[in-house]
Design a binder for this molecule. Structure first.
Ligand code: RIB
Ligand code: CA
Length: 306
């Protein structure tokens, strides 16, 4: 087996984020060295609570840091209408005593400096990542940033913007324009990674507490998509970023110079591919082997949650 890749995950723990966290712990190629939370889908409080309680249910002990409560400077937004105000569609998780958590910057720095993670996998707005890139870009010299975010095709918040990019376009602009090693897993590919009932039924999750929780998350995700996509299905946006960190060749990439529309208004959070080769470039995911990714996702979650 290839060597294990140490990663850090930055999340706005909503429904698909929780599936992504599960896939990370279920993937033998990955070792999760740290997790940080950022407001996005729901409030920082709810996101951080979901992350803490999920880790307790999974029995995973990983440093957890509490990050930004909103975007760097633009107006805040959320996706409570989709994920529920608690970010987990009301699904039960074990209650925990409140606890003071370290700052996200400290935990992400620790992951990069002390654990020498090879990737920071961001599955929410890039606010935490952008703040650390601005403070100390050299921290990322030996790590790539794998981000589920953005779109060069149809958006899911507006016609032109994907949620994680729309939520903090200024942060996205800082990271995508940093010249650091960035792999962008956008809506162009994640919208094609759709788990449907017949596939899910082929490999049922075990009746363990963890298996029942993951089953509930998938069912809640499918219900939430029904009025939007017209069918009950789970679009695995955030698990795609974890899968990309675990098995890079599930995607085909193209080197592109990408800029972000930062201003408020109808173009907020829009990505534009800059013509020519001027300026920093990122690896932009253009194709995905979605059936293979879904099989990998389901098989690993079933085995891990037994
Ligand atoms: O556009 C999908 C992204 O926005 C996912 O990260 C989902 O969790 C939401 O944050
Ligand atoms: Ca997310």
């Amino acid at each position: 087996m290839t060597s294990v890749r140490r990663i850090h995950i930055d999340t706005d723990a909503g429904l698909d984020d929780l599936l992504a966290l599960a896939l990370a712990f279920a993937s033998p190629e990955l070792a999760v060295e740290g997790i940080t939370t950022v407001a996005g889908n729901v409030s920082l409080e709810a996101v951080t609570d979901n992350a803490r309680r999920f880790l307790a249910l999974a029995g995973e002990k990983v440093p957890l840091g509490r990050g930004a409560a909103g975007p760097l400077s633009l107006s805040a937004t959320d996706a409570e209408s989709f994920h529920g105000a608690d970010g987990r569609g009301g699904i039960a998780l074990p209650a925990l005593e409140p606890r003071e958590l370290p700052a996200a910057a400290q935990v992400m720095r620790q992951s990069l400096e002390e654990c020498a993670v090879e990737a920071v996998v961001a599955i929410g707005p890039l606010t935490n990542v952008a703040q650390l890139v601005r403070e100390d870009p050299a921290l990322f010299d030996s790590a790539e940033i794998v981000w589920m975010g953005g779109t060069l095709s149809q958006g899911n918040v507006t016609r032109v913007a994907e949620f994680n990019c729309y939520a903090d376009p200024e942060a996205a602009s800082i990271v995508l324009g940093s010249g650091l090693s960035v792999r962008l897993i956008g809506l162009d590919v994640t919208r094609h990674v759709v788990a449907r009932a017949p596939t899910l039924a082929r490999e049922p999750l075990p009746p363990s507490p963890l298996g029942r929780f993951l089953h509930e998350v998938l069912a809640t995700l499918m219900r939430a998509e029904l009025p939007i996509l017209g069918e009950a299905c789970a679009v695995l946006h955030d698990p795609c970023a974890i899968a990309a960190a675990a098995q890079e060749d599930l995607f085909r990439y193209r080197r592109r110079a990408i800029e972000v529309v930062v201003a408020e208004g109808p173009e907020r959070g829009r990505l534009r591919a800059r013509p020519g080769q001027d300026g920093p470039e990122v690896w932009y995911a253009e194709e995905v082997r979605s059936d293979e990714l879904i099989e990998l996702f389901l098989g690993r979650l079933v085995d891990w949650s037994r």
